[in-house]
Write a protein that binds this ligand. Structure first.
Ligand code: GLN
Length: 476
């Protein structure tokens, strides 16, 4: 097996036994990038191979000298292009930031570097993380490595595809309404959206600040746990960062009497039969190992999509006000006064979907409509949270599909924004509640595309989610 196709866990063991070097791993990953990238197009930027190899060799030398190295020593990590990387272009897949080179690292990037991981490059995404397929990128369309006629999911589609295509070992993504979990499920990798506040958002280019969270994409549960342990922790630079103990025991056995909540609202019309079958099989596998399946109800689920799209667009419209052609980012070449300049810069710099969201968001926040839309959505969000609090009296975790169907064809939904928004039906809730949620591969469609199951739990229950996911992975 090629080094690039191995898990981080296996590579770490090989490094420890001196059966491979960090430079070998880097060379293998660079080979795969050369081979796969022309068809997959997961990366917007790959760093200079000579620099990458030099960095890998430096880690090797430290190991040779017997110096201590961090938990990600020498492992390539791909970073979604909405996370700031000092000196490395960070575009958000937008013309608006096509030439933006951040003067600082996002905290998560800094943490990866401190753990001796090597930042490989920046992955493609939907522009400003708005979309569900990575087709909204102003740069390129990423393709699903399992079948390049299909979407990889989104918005962290580049990160998920890069892990699946062996173009990296680990990847960082962001999840505002499913953007780590859904591409993870479409590409057959593990994706974790941590509890809101558990991983720093400092240096993550904001989309919807009350929903955004940075997380991990990896080849298996163990690798996701490794990366999450590096990312998690308090950050004084993020005012919403939680000061809690670091997660432990991520890979121990799940509790003997685990109660899995199965929400009836998530298994209704619109759910693809193959997805349903795969998810039910995963739950039965856990049940045959002692878990108890509990039927639960989350009655406000039908409002999740409208609530999410009102809140996300409202926050986006205010977050994206900063791109005005003055401070940084794209500025129009056309002449005129300052208002003309701002209007033209925004009209030319943003893509269609981003403009649609800014318009929707500005509308729901405008005077006269604020109460009817934004305030109502905020109240309804509380009802959804209460549904979950109520449900957790009867169960420890909740399981359901990540997306209603496996990956679909490129171009299939691009002309129908509503159909595209509905893809997020099972994933936006974890962002509205702030809870951790994970996507774990659980089967394949007859067409040969991966299917993922979602495991969600109360705030800060990541250790429990990992244990359940780890057991499930061993069973499927
Ligand atoms: N599909 C969601 C949206 O477009 C996903 C967003 C995300 O998680 N970044 O808003």
């Amino acid at each position: 097996m090629k080094l690039a196709a191995m898990t981080a866990g296996r590579l770490k063991a090989m490094l420890a036994r001196k059966e491979a070097s960090c430079a070998d791993i880097m060379r293998s990953v660079l080979d795969e990038i050369e081979k796969r990238e022309p068809s997959v197009r997961a990366f917007i930027t790959v760093r200079d191979p000579a620099d990458l190899l030099r960095e890998a060799e430096k880690v090797d030398q430290r190991v040779l000298r017997g110096q201590p190295v961090g938990p990600l020593a020498g492992l390539p990590v791909a970073v979604k292009d909405n996370l700031c990387t000092q000196g490395l272009r960070t575009t958000c897949a937008s013309k608006m930031l096509a030439d933006f080179v951040p003067p600082y690292d996002a905290t998560v990037v800094q943490r990866v570097k401190e753990a001796d991981g090597i930042i490989l490059g920046k992955t493609n995404m939907d522009e400003f993380a708005m979309g569900s397929t990575t087709e909204n990128s102003a740069m390129q369309t990423t393709r699903n490595p399992w079948n390049t006629d299909y979407v990889p999911g989104g918005t962290s589609g580049g990160s998920a595809a890069a892990v699946a295509a062996h173009e990296t070992i680990l990847a960082l993504g962001s999840d505002t309404g499913g953007s780590i979990r859904q591409p993870a499920s479409y590409c057959g990798v593990v994706g974790l959206k941590p509890t809101y506040g558990r991983v720093s958002r400092y240096g993550l280019i904001a989309y919807a600040s009350s929903l955004d969270q940075v997380g991990a994409l990896a080849r298996n549960v163990e690798d996701a746990a490794l990366l999450f342990s590096v990312l998690a922790g308090h950050d004084p630079k993020d005012s919403t960062s939680l000061d809690v103990a670091s997660p432990e025991g991520l890979l121990s056995d799940p509790p003997a009497r685990l109660r899995i909540g199965v929400p009836k609202e998530f298994f209704g019309p619109g759910l693809d039969a193959e997805v349903q079958e795969a998810v039910e099989k995963a739950m039965s596998a856990l049940a045959s190992h002692g878990a108890q399946l509990v039927r639960i109800s989350l009655p406000h689920t039908e409002y999740a999509i409208p609530i999410y799209y009102i809140i996300a667009c409202a926050e986006a419209s205010s977050n994206l006000a900063r791109y005005d052609g003055c401070k940084y980012g794209y500025r129009t070449k056309s002449e005129g006064n300052v208002i003309d300049m701002m209007t033209a810069s925004r009209t030319e710099g943003f893509g269609e979907e981003v403009k649609r969201r800014i318009i929707l968001g500005t509308y729901v926040l405008s005077s006269g409509y604020h109460d009817a839309y934004y305030n109502k959505a905020a109240k309804a969000r509380t009802l959804i949270r209460r549904d979950y609090d109520e449900a957790y009296r009867d169960c420890d975790v909740i399981m359901h599909p990540v997306a209603p169907t496996p990956a679909f064809k490129i171009g299939e939904k691009t002309s129908d924004p509503l159909a595209m928004y509905l893809v997020d039906i099972y994933s936006v809730i974890a962002n509205l509640t702030g809870s951790p949620a994970m996507s774990v591969p659980c089967g394949m469609s007859r067409g040969g595309l991966p299917i993922g199951v979602q495991i969600t739990g109360p705030a800060l229950s990541e250790p429990l989610l990992f244990r359940v996911a780890y057991q499930l992975e061993g069973l499927t």
